[in-house]
Design a protein around this ligand. Structure first.
Ligand SMILES: [Fe+2]
Ligand SMILES: [Fe+2]
Length: 354
């Protein structure tokens, strides 16, 4: 039942591959510039973005106006406008998760891979231990392969990479869930063991995509790095209310969405002549599928032991709609995530004259 629901609802997600206005040609920033508005900020800095109407834009000048009464902050995060509900799990239901610890040890933890059996980014990247000529040759070959990929492809791949790179936020989010959080940072509870090892597996995704993109020379790494810093500083608000029922329904959808997205970038890379990138995205997609299996297994178990509680959580999230992890993506120059991605394609770089 959960799997059916997941399949039906996947199109509701806000994800780079699912933007309703995504087209083969990114909109020219000069046509969208006049409609831009500065986002609202919750912290001490207010950006002033200039040059918004210039036909061939240069990198916007962003300055910060400091309010003397407020502390200096390194991060200007977009403000959340909707109220945030917390700790909606009734205290007695924490026992449900306590009673499932043995089950989790036997059924969920085996879905993690031992480190020695895991791939690492280095398995897919030029080997820096090689003589410099051979290393340079491998980088040259990588650049030749990625030269055939369209800019639009990189817009999506960068979105995926930035999303993966904001991993600290996701571990934080899972550790807000009552009854399954890692109470000490090194708890021996199977829920905590899963979360730490899941995070460690996920950590390789952003590392590999980031390094591959860096070596390709096709993207604006400075804008990407700024966007990642903004995004981690902003966090996320999936509406899970510290409630593990909601949390595990959410992660089931989120893993399915990333599986689909990485699977699509694998297929497109293969079609555009980069089999290595296709293998990279496909390998990441298979990790996401394994994670999806784990999280849906937990939701299925909750449907078995507490059908009303589990169905209520599924219904609640369907009403809220699934908000993907990078919904607060922001590059420092405009209010939308999509705009942040436009900066990363080489077309955008040419348009902006950099
Ligand atoms: Fe991932
Ligand atoms: Fe994942």
């Amino acid at each position: 039942m959960v799997k059916k629901l997941l399949f039906v609802s996947i199109n509701t997600m806000s994800h780079p591959l699912n933007f309703p206005n995504f087209s083969k040609t990114p909109p020219n920033s000069s046509t969208t510039a006049t409609t831009m508005q500065a986002p609202r900020y919750s912290l001490a800095c207010t950006p002033i973005v200039t040059n918004l109407t210039h036909r061939h834009r240069v990198t916007p000048t962003v300055t910060f106006r400091r309010t003397l009464q407020q502390p200096i902050s390194a991060v200007a995060a977009p403000a959340l406008t909707k109220p945030q509900k917390t700790h909606s799990l009734p205290p007695e239901k924490i026992e449900v998760f306590k009673s499932l610890e043995d089950w989790s040890t036997q059924q969920v933890l085996p879905l993690l891979k031992p480190v020695e059996e895991c791939w690492q980014p280095q398995n897919f990247l030029p080997d820096p231990a090689m003589p410099v000529d051979e290393f340079n040759e491998q980088v040259r070959a990588l650049r030749e392969r990625t030269a055939g990929l369209p800019d639009e492809y990189f817009v999506v791949l960068v979105g995926d990479m930035i999303t993966e790179d904001a991993l600290p936020t996701y571990q934080t989010m899972i550790n807000t869930l009552d009854g399954v959080k890692d109470e000490t940072g090194a708890s021996s509870s199977p829920w905590a063991l899963w979360t730490r090892a899941w995070t460690a597996e996920e950590n390789r995704h952003g590392d590999l995509l980031r390094t591959y993109l860096y070596l390709s020379g096709r993207v604006d790494m400075l804008m990407i790095e700024r966007t990642v810093q903004y995004l981690i500083g902003s966090g996320m608000d999936p509406g899970t209310e510290n409630n593990p029922y909601l949390g595990f329904v959410y992660t089931s959808f989120q893993e399915r969405a990333t599986f689909i997205s990485h699977g699509n970038t694998a297929r497109l890379a293969k079609e555009s002549g980069d089999p290595v990138l296709a293998r990279i995205c496909g390998t990441i997609a298979s990790d996401e599928k394994r994670h999806e299996i784990a999280y849906t297994k937990i939701v299925e178990k909750l449907l078995e032991v507490d059908p009303t509680g589990a169905m209520t959580a599924i219904s609640d999230l369907m009403k809220k709609k699934i908000t993907m992890p990078a919904h607060l993506m922001y590059d420092g120059t405009g209010p939308t995530a999509f705009r942040a991605l436009l900066w990363c394609g080489s077309t955008a770089r040419r348009v902006h004259g950099s």
